[in-house]
Design a binder for this molecule. Structure first.
Ligand SMILES: *Cc1c(COP(=O)(O)O)cnc(C)c1O
Length: 427
């Protein structure tokens, strides 16, 4: 071990980083689950289910109280009236993803929104019908895309184009995505990538892929389930047609929480776009006249179907206020240094049992590191859980660890690396 790497393993080194972390106070805003010893666990699964903001209970309780106190009158007279409740989230959501308020809405759940977006932005013809996704996409995305292809009477064997990593490589070469877009050319109807990929943590260049897709006349969308609250995004400027994400991962809004949706401004005032409609997409001025004529709202709100679940919106509001206060620039800066620190420690582990498959370049990843584990990977992850680490296992051999900038500390990264060290040596 070099002296430099020795220093990284000193507790005082990690403690100093925590002491100078401008975002350190946000950890206190969350409930950290206990580990087997009753002390706070090392929670590295904010990429899968974010922790509970302390304010979530209060915000949900307020709505329960107002429901008890007001019944249906709460729609107008709750402390945060329910009728326009989702609008409380619009400005914060727009800032989070780099969009105009008109371009975002919180509604439904993720796979539902992905389908709604494909209803509008996957309009295949006999000559242009293909959808390009990343090989190894999240299963729900793949099922959704395949079912849309079949729904329109096409065969996924021909219409679904997947770009995989090259033989012997862990992640996809960005140039291979661009080459595939170029090759499929005028047959390509939609490019839809998960960003970052849920398994490898690889992030793609949204602006570059959008430009390439549009140059061929295709629509371009992104599933930002692992991107929202993780990557610094500028969706408006980068210009994809749509993006969707969930709010229970990095956004900490609780299990099954709502989804966010971005529709680029260029589509905001186009009532002739095909879409599935519901009364919450109706012009607010005439919605309660309950007439037969549908006048779609401008912007992303026009894709709403139902009146939304207020308790879920309340939980999300608790978390979004924290994101808004911290700001994505500061969060990204901390995440880069936190993930970079953990990466250095892992690279310094003895032996070759663990290999990081996530790209090294901070611009090509978010906060998550995916570790390919030799031998019994599931058993390895279970041993980590017994030692007080919550990280997750994905078949066949990947352990994912995501130190999140809002509530993880540099000392968490060090403690995790120490536990890894014990286990690579003992098994
Ligand atoms: C988490 C995740 C989902 C889950 O979809 P739900 O509809 O929220 O259950 C889908 N796609 C990706 C890429 C994900 O990471």
């Amino acid at each position: 071990m070099t002296p430099a790497s020795d220093a990284l393993w000193q507790k005082s080194y990690a403690e100093n980083l925590d002491a100078s972390d401008p975002l350190a106070k946000f950890r206190g805003e969350f409930l950290i689950p206990p580990g087997p010893d009753g002390k706070e666990c090392i929670y590295l699964t904010g990429n899968s289910l974010g922790l509970q903001p302390r304010k979530a209970r209060q915000y949900i309780s307020e709505e329960l109280e107002d429901w008890a106190r007001l019944g249906v009158e709460g729609h107008m007279h709750a402390r945060h009236p329910w009728l326009p409740y989702h609008e409380n989230l619009t400005a914060m959501t727009a800032r989070l993803v780099g969009a105009n308020p008109l371009e975002v809405v919180v509604m439904n759940t993720l796979t539902v929104n992905l389908h709604l977006m494909m209803v509008s932005f996957y309009q295949p013809t006999k000559s242009r019908y293909k959808i390009l996704i990343e090989g190894g996409a999240f299963p729900s995305d793949r099922y959704a895309v395949e079912s849309q292809i079949r729904f329109h009477g096409f065969d996924p064997a021909r219409a679904l184009i997947e770009v995989f990593p090259r033989e012997g490589e862990d992640t996809i070469r960005p140039e291979d995505v661009l080459t595939a877009i170029d090759r499929e050319g005028s047959e390509l109807a939609l490019v839809m990538l998960g960003n970052p990929n849920y398994l490898t943590g690889q992030a793609f260049d949204i602006a570059e892929i959008t430009k390439a897709g549009h140059a061929k006349g295709a629509r371009v969308g992104f599933d930002l389930a692992h991107g929202a609250g993780n990557l610094k995004l500028s969706l408006h400027d980068w210009g994809p047609d749509f993006a969707v994400w969930c709010s229970y991962k990095y956004l900490n809004a609780g299990p099954g929480a709502l989804s966010g949706c971005f529709v680029h401004e260029r589509h905001a005032k186009n009532p002739s776009l095909p879409r599935f409609a519901g009364w919450w997409g109706q012009n607010k001025k005439i919605r309660f006249q309950m007439g037969p004529e549908f006048q779609v709202l401008e912007g992303a709100e026009g894709w709403q179907l139902s009146n939304p679940p207020i308790f879920q919106l309340a939980a999300l509001r608790a978390s979004m206020e924290l994101f808004d206060e911290a700001g994505m620039d500061a969060l990204r800066k901390k995440a880069d240094s936190l993930t970079g620190y953990l990466e250095k420690l892992i690279l310094d582990l003895p032996g070759d049992r663990i290999r990081i498959v996530t790209p090294k370049d901070p611009l090509k990843r978010g906060t998550q590191l995916s570790l390919k584990v030799k031998g019994n990977a599931r058993g390895f992850q279970e041993a980590l859980v017994r030692a007080g680490v919550i990280c997750d296992f994905r078949e066949p051999d990947i352990v994912r660890a995501a130190p999140t900038a809002l509530y993880n500390r540099f000392t968490d990264a060090l403690r995790f690396a120490e536990i890894l060290k014990d286990h690579v040596q003992s098994s």
